[in-house]
Design a protein around this ligand. Structure first.
Ligand SMILES: [Zn+2]
Length: 69
C-alpha cells in the first residue's frame, strides 16, 4: 500500500493524498494548544481563549487568512 502525498490547497504543506486540506492543531499554535490541554483544569486557558476569541472576531477575514491560512 503506497502512501502518496499531495499539497494542501490552503497552505501548500505536504499532506496525504486522501486528505482535502491539512489539519492544523489550534490554528498552528501547537505549543499553546498543548499548554491549554495540560492546564485545562484551571481557568487560565479559558480566560486566554476568551480574549483570543474576541481578538479573532474583531479581525477582518483578510487578516485572518493572512495569519492562519
Ligand atoms: Zn494547509
Amino acid at each position: 500500500m503506497s502512501n502518496q502525498v499531495k499539497y494542501c490547497t490552503e497552505c501548500g504543506k505536504e499532506i496525504s493524498s486522501k486528505a482535502v486540506v491539512c489539519l492544523r492543531f489550534y490554528l498552528g499554535r501547537n505549543k499553546y494548544g498543548i499548554i491549554s490541554i495540560i492546564f485545562f483544569w484551571t481557568f487560565i486557558p479559558f480566560i486566554i481563549s476568551c480574549l483570543h476569541g474576541v481578538k479573532l472576531l474583531q479581525m477582518s477575514d483578510e487578516d485572518f487568512n493572512l495569519l492562519y491560512c
